[in-house]
Design a protein around this ligand. Structure first.
Ligand SMILES: [Ca+2]
Ligand SMILES: [Ca+2]
Length: 86
């Protein structure tokens, strides 16, 4: 990936992350993840994720298992999405 693309991706990820971090603590908790996953599903034309898919997705995103998704964790996930889109 070119550095221009990485910058663009990071900016998009930041915007998405911030827009779902409703309490602005710089972390996404499970209740904040649900609308985010619903939005991503919509972008991809997929049905909304079920509760178990949300739990599964959360576990996969939460790399350090502290029950919160930090931006560093989110960007890993977003990069994979981004690579699939481009
Ligand atoms: Ca939050
Ligand atoms: Ca975490």
């Amino acid at each position: 990936m070119s550095s221009g693309k990485v910058l663009k991706m990071t900016k998009e990820a930041r915007e998405l992350f911030d827009s779902f971090d409703s309490n602005h603590d710089g972390k996404i908790e499970k209740s904040e993840l649900i609308p985010l996953l619903n939005k991503i599903s919509k972008i991809y034309g997929l049905p909304n994720p079920t509760q178990s898919e949300i739990n599964e997705g959360f576990k996969q995103l939460d790399l350090n298992k502290n029950n919160l998704i930090e931006f560093e964790e989110f960007i890993h996930f977003y990069q994979e999405l981004y690579n699939q889109m481009n």
